[in-house]
Design a binder for this molecule. Structure first.
Ligand SMILES: C[S@@+](CC[C@H](N)C(=O)[O-])C[C@H]1O[C@@H](n2cnc3c(N)ncnc32)[C@H](O)[C@@H]1O
Length: 249
């Protein structure tokens, strides 16, 4: 029952997700950071685990045309929106996959994997990271973004206003009111879903050291970690060690 409700919630989230987030400057910046952090070569095959409406993957593919990309998510509504963003010849596919089960890929299939704001929501983050480690090539790159403990939306909105002021020093109040009025009903739904997410006891919001240890224990080396997205999320770049050093096969 709880699982069914959770899944329903992600379907509902899909309805409001892009309308709110794609207007939010810190989310736009997160797309840039993910693209820069992964920085794939043109011949890479990459995976977005929990791709949602495809924003991260589409951004990466636009930055580096030629990469082959696979986005997976269990929400049909999210995937429908993701597919609508892709033109036929872009080398991107989206698949319905539940990240609580083994990933439907062979070992070492990918050069890079991104997992943005998803790890907290799966049943067992260690299981997902081990699966990601399995499907990554040796020396493959891992990029994880995940909320820190007690994440809040208000610092993200404050960051949005700060950036908007920088972009449009005179017009920002008008732009802000316009955005708020335009998105009001969907913004309300968005905020309610976020409140639910923040209070969900079964979700995994991690301290920095916990995340670092978890990623290490699942077979990766951690190259860098910092706070992003209004300081509400960890941004971790790691890799699967080469030459037999990795703990996973
Ligand atoms: C906050 S959204 C993030 C989407 C995207 N990564 C982004 O950054 O825009 C979380 C996504 O995780 C997906 N998700 C949650 N649990 C999942 C699971 N067990 N299997 C597959 N996808 C899952 C949801 O459907 C949703 O699309």
């Amino acid at each position: 029952m709880k699982k069914k409700f959770e899944k329903f919630l992600w379907q509902l989230y899909a309805w409001v997700y892009d309308t709110v987030l794609l207007r939010l400057l810190p989310y736009r910046e997160l797309q840039e950071l993910v693209g820069g952090g992964l920085s794939p070569e043109a011949d890479w095959r990459i995976l977005d685990a929990g791709c949602g409406t495809g924003n991260m993957l589409v951004h990466v593919v636009c930055l580096r045309p030629g990469v082959e990309a696979v986005g997976i998510d269990f929400s049909v509504a999210m995937l429908r929106r993701a597919r609508a963003k892709i033109k036929g010849d872009q080398g991107v596919i989206f698949q319905e996959v539940d990240l609580n089960h083994s990933l439907p890929f062979a070992g070492g299939e990918f050069d890079g994997v991104v997992c943005v704001n998803v790890l907290y929501a799966v049943d067992d983050p260690a299981f997902l990271l081990q699966e990601i480690c399995r499907v990554l090539k040796k020396d493959g790159r891992l990029l994880v973004v995940t909320p820190s403990v007690q994440p809040k939306m208000s610092p993200i909105f404050k960051e949005h206003v700060r950036r908007l002021r920088g972009k449009a020093p005179f017009l920002w109040p008008i732009m802000l009111v316009g955005q708020a009025v335009w998105t009001a009903p969907l913004l309300l739904v968005f905020l309610m879903i976020n409140l639910f997410i923040q209070r969900q006891q079964s979700f995994h919001f991690l301290q920095g050291e916990e995340l670092c240890l978890l990623v290490n224990n699942c077979g990766f080396t951690v190259n860098s970690m910092k706070k992003v997205y209004g300081e509400q999320c960890w941004f971790l770049v790691g890799e699967k060690p080469g030459q037999g050093a990795s703990m996973c096969s």
